[in-house]
Structure formats: C-alpha cells, structure tokens
Design a protein around this ligand. Structure first.
Ligand code: 3PY
Ligand code: MG
Length: 251
C-alpha cells in the first residue's frame, strides 16, 4: 500500500474510484483493477468504523492508496479513522482557514495538536509495535481539504496556505448547490468557479484534485493539470453494467 501524496510525486495524474457500497468484497475487486487510489466514503455512504476497517484490510495487499472521507471535520471521527489505520483523510466542507487549522490539530498528538491518545490498542501503531509511534504518527498523516462552497472559494488562499493541509479537492456537487445551481455542476458559473479554485490551488503550490463527472470530464481535468481525480464510483459501475446487460439482452 502506498500513500496518495507519495504517488502524486510521480507527476502522473492519480486516478481514483469512489467507494460508496461500503463493502470489503467490492473494495477488493476495485483495488485489484489497478486504480491509483480508492476513496472510502464516511460522509455519505452507510459506513461505520467496522465497515471501513474491513475495507481497508481488504485492499491492504494491493499497491493502491487508501483515502477515507470523514463525515465532517471534527476530532472524534478523525481520531477513529486514524486509529484504524487510514493515514490520508479527505475532509469535506472546509470553509475557512480556522476550520482547516482545527482539522490539522485533530490529527496530531499533543503538544502539536489535540488528537486523543491510543497507542498499544490502535491498528495505526501496529498494536504497539511501531517504535516512536506517538512522537512520529503525524509524519504519516496526509490531509486533503475539500473546497465546495462559496465561502471556501472566498477563503481558498488562506485554506491552501495552512500548514498541514497537503492537497485540496474540489467537490462539484456541493459547490454547485452552494452557488445556487443544485444538481447542475456543469453550469458555466460552477465551471468558472472550478477554474478559479484550481488556479488558486496552483498558486499555493499544492496538488489539486476533483471529482470528475464523466470520462470526458476526467480527460479534460487531466489536461488541465489536476494531480488527482476521482473518475467514477463503484455504485455507478454496477448500476450501468447491470442495466446495460439487461437492455442488450432485451433489445
Ligand atoms: C461533491 O461533489 O460535493 C463531493 O463531495 C464529491 O466530489
Ligand atoms: Mg461534497
């Protein structure tokens, strides 16, 4: 297993698949397919710490980067996700630099931050087998802030400048909703906002990621220089594959 930040250093766009089925069996299938990263969604998918743990274990034998999205940027779920062994977190709805700093603090043990301490009982510490775990745990953690609101757009330079925010990821669905275009992320105003956000993330010297809306959109985002993108979802693949099969046979 590799980290997404390490993989991005290759300079190749990192292609990811959203995991919303909350299932270790399908996660293993997607890891085997060879995606660069998988996103395990704790914000919208029916996940618990147990289902996330099972999915992380299922993909750990593969050279894929595992990223977990916490339900929201608060310390309790952040510490649980880190303790079970996720080291790259995607945090939704970061609207300002204070929130970004609070999230960074939630990932670091005192005195660097406020993360609650579990060592010998956590999977992240190898159940107590990793020397210097407590002193060095923060070095393994990467944080990706999701920018997906009008407020986040206004504060994007400040959010991107926060030390400990390693990359920024644009969420077109929530961004569209926040800009008054619910369900229409292709609206020109949303597309302009995405271009603006990308240019500000570039100016900060941090990697930009995005959720692509289609294969064509993914191609365009790669051409625009996005460092990492989600190119589909497990649910989308199953939905399309199953209905296409039936339609072919019935036609
Ligand atoms: C969004 O589009 O709002 C997301 O959170 C997923 O990319
Ligand atoms: Mg969103």
């Amino acid at each position: 297993m590799t980290s997404l930040l390490t993989r991005m250093a290759s300079g190749k766009p990192q292609l990811g698949l959203w995991q919303a089925l909350a299932n270790p069996y399908t996660a293993e299938i997607c890891a085997r397919a060879g995606f660069d990263w998988l996103l395990f969604d704790g914000e919208h998918a029916p996940n618990t710490a147990q289902t996330l743990l099972a999915q992380l274990q299922a993909v750990s034998a593969f050279p894929v980067a595992a990223v977990a999205r916490v339900p929201q940027g608060e310390p309790v779920s952040i510490k649980q996700y880190l303790d079970i062994g996720f080291s790259t977190l995607l945090v939704p709805m970061i609207d300002n630099a204070d929130h970004a700093r609070a999230v960074v603090s939630a990932c670091r043990f005192p005195p660097l931050g406020i993360r609650g301490v579990a060592s010998a009982t956590s999977r992240a510490s190898g159940f107590g087998s990793i020397p210097d775990y407590l002193a060095r745990a923060h070095e393994r953690v990467s944080l990706i802030a999701q920018v997906e609101s009008r407020a986040a757009l206004s504060a994007i330079d400040d959010i991107a400048a926060v030390d400990g925010i390693d990359a920024l990821f644009i969420g077109p669905a929530d961004l569209a909703a926040s800009l008054g275009h619910l369900g229409n992320p292709r609206h020109p105003e949303v597309q302009d906002a995405i271009s603006h956000a990308k240019s500000r993330i570039d100016a900060a010297g941090k990697p930009a990621g995005i959720f692509a809306l289609s294969v064509e959109d993914a191609d365009a985002r790669m051409a625009q220089g996005f460092a990492f993108l989600s190119v589909g979802t497990d649910i989308g693949l199953l939905t399309r594959g199953s209905s296409d099969l039936l339609a072919t046979l019935r036609s």
